[in-house]
Write a protein that binds this ligand. Structure first.
Ligand SMILES: [Zn+2]
Length: 336
């Protein structure tokens, strides 16, 4: 690499090294990590355009960081996030229509404008408010695009909240079952989860947890739970349940689990397996598969809901404790 050295009065090779640099902007001392170029012949500092550009960039970055000002890339993120142009957004904010264009080209925003932009980036409700209050300022087309983007963000937030709230539900249910059933094997645990999900749905209208089970050879299996306890084989799961801490279940959820434990928890994993094998959701899902053929087919929740809702009518179940009639009938039929 070569550049002109004023001392040598000639083009000269140069080397570049990192330097801590200080510069005063608007009366403030800004420290940044920049570069300097030196002539390889005489050692004098020389001017290199790329080095100057680099330093300006680093200085700008350091200044924005120190003053907590929004970066250009964050302004770009705003436009992309809300599907809005720089001109319409300037107008929505009551700024000159070229303001954001200047900022995107590197002009440093005032603290006040920067704070507004920073809030817009993270606060969708604020953005919605600005859009609705000032929509007369922009075209119907620009309004439509932004409004659509906000709707999509809204949906995603709702979905994430739902997943977060339901994330550990199955874990709480498992813990509750382990504490309240004596000598429960991994196989029996799977069956009780299945019944709890089915009966909770018909008595409360919602699913107890979001997980789906698969129609394996020995019955429905919640895969994550299977892998957690598979080392126990056909033996009861021995865990120090006193270490569980608090379990997040509502009274209604516990009531259903208590009834499932009372009416199904008394049977062995193998008996429960024979019971479930007579039930539609498992049979329908495995249709066409051989008796010992592995499968990861999902037993769809709708199938579960439909089956348990029919049971509820057939056995005239008025409350969750009436599932006793069904479990006893099921058992009798196996050993008649
Ligand atoms: Zn030189």
């Amino acid at each position: 690499m070569m550049s002109f050295c004023e001392k040598c009065h000639d083009m000269a090779e140069y080397t570049v090294s990192e330097r801590k640099k200080t510069k005063s902007i608007k009366g403030k001392e800004i420290q940044y990590s920049g570069k300097e170029a030196y002539c390889s012949e005489c050692g004098n500092e020389i001017f290199v355009a790329e080095v100057r550009d680099y330093n300006l960039q680093m200085l700008d970055k350091a200044f924005r960081e120190q003053e907590k000002l929004i970066s250009v890339s964050d302004i770009e993120r705003i436009l992309k996030k809300y599907n809005i142009g720089k001109r319409p957004l300037s107008l929505l904010l009551g700024w000159g229509e070229g303001t954001l264009t200047r900022y995107l080209n590197g002009d440093i925003p005032t603290k006040l404008y920067s704070d507004t932009l920073k809030r817009i980036l993270i606060d969708e409700k604020y953005m919605t408010q600005i859009l609705e209050q000032n929509k007369e300022q922009i075209t119907a087309h620009a309004y439509g695009l932004c409004e659509q983007a906000l709707g999509k963000i809204d949906q995603e937030i709702a979905q994430n909240t739902f997943e977060l709230e339901n994330e550990d539900k199955i874990d709480s249910v498992v813990k509750y079952l382990l504490i309240h059933c004596s000598e429960i094997t991994p196989m029996a645990l799977q069956k009780l989860l299945y019944y709890a999900q089915g009966f909770y749905k018909v008595f409360n209208g919602e699913y107890l947890f979001k997980d789906d089970c698969e129609a394996w050879v020995h019955g429905p299996v919640y895969r994550n739970i299977y892998y957690r306890y598979k080392d126990h084989g056909y033996n009861p799961i021995e865990e120090n349940t006193t270490e569980y801490g608090s379990i997040e279940l509502t009274e209604t959820e516990e009531e259903i689990l208590n009834s499932v434990i009372t009416n199904f928890g008394c049977y062995s994993g193998k008996t429960l397996k024979r019971m479930i094998h007579t039930e539609t959701p498992w049979m329908v899902t495995r249709k066409g598969l051989g008796e010992h053929e592995g499968s990861d087919r999902i037993i769809h929740k709708e199938l579960l809901a439909d089956y348990f809702s029919k049971l509820k009518s057939k056995y005239n179940m008025l409350n969750i404790f009436d599932i006793k009639d069904y479990s006893m009938d099921l058992f009798r039929k196996l050993y008649h």
